[in-house]
Structure formats: C-alpha cells, structure tokens
Design a protein. Sequence first.
Length: 199
Amino acid sequence: MGVPVPKYTLYDRKDIEVLVSYILYKVGNITKDDLMRCTVDHDFVMYFDLICCLFDMEDKELIKCEKSGNDEICIPTEKSEYLAIELSYSIPRSIREDAVYYAKKITSYSHLEKTVKTEIIELDKGYQFCIRFINELGGADLMELKIYAPTKEAAEQMEKRVFDNPAGAYRNVLNSFIEGYLTVSDKEIREVLDNTSLE
C-alpha cells in the first residue's frame, strides 16, 4: 500500500506567477476558467490568490488577457516564458507537472467539445445515444451515428468512451465500411479533427 502524498498549496504571489507562467509555457493560450480548473480545483492555489495574481501579471505584462465570446483567454508573453524557463525549479515538481497534466487534459477536452457533439435522447423504451463529428469548415458533418442503449447508464458509458478516444471511435466505424479498400490511421483522423477545429 502506497503512502499518500500530502497536498501542497502555493500561497506566495511569486510562486503562483511562476506556476501560471509555466502552465502557459507548456500548454499555450488557456481560458481563465480552464486555468482555475487545473490549479484551484486541485488545491494548488487558492481562488482569490489566483485572481489577484492574474491581475498583477497582466499589469506587469507577464500575460495578456483577451475576450473570446464568453471566455477570457490568458496568453503568454516573452516575459512569462522567461519566468517559466528560469524559475520553474522554484516550484515543487509535483505541482508543476500535475498542473500541466490537468491543463492539457482540460484543454484537449474543450477542443473535443467543439468537434464532437453528443446527445442522449430518452425513448419510450430505452435511450438513444447520438454522436456527430462536426466539419467546422462548413458543409456536411464528417459522420453521424445513433445507437440504441437499454439504460441511461449504458448511454452515458458510450458517451464517456467516445470522449476517451474520439479518433479511435471515428476510425473503427469508418474502417468497418471501407475495409479491404482503404484503412484510416489514427494520425490521419487526428489531423482531420485538428484541422477542422483550428481553421
């Protein structure tokens, strides 16, 4: 049985600035909400400490904040990159790496939500799980599926599996129709999904 690792929270303003800079350096642009989810939600920093720190960082030109729809996006600057490279050692490695891991997971899920849409519809008997792979360049969807599920739990399990591996779900269905003629690799699927959401 492993020994539980105690939670460690950053309170010093400089340490929080370094952590935010490091996350931005490793992940790139990130919304304030996602930044909170990968730091505050895991007790790496406290909510008000992070908010105050972000205001200070913007004043010092360590980050730029821009509105994008309902979101406010934090953008790294040369100053924050320098801070991340030169001072990242001052933050415990476990916090640094865990925060970056959560940030990557959160941003990739947010990215998926734009290209993969799911819905669970209640029927007279059972449920229907609907999934659409959206072509954000316009035109018809890349693929749309409707699958019967006997219970809501089964439909929710299907939804989870799709978001755990959307490229695999797309590839497996597509390859079942074109087997013997052409196969589609994970890399090709990822490139399609990435390109449609980045354009």
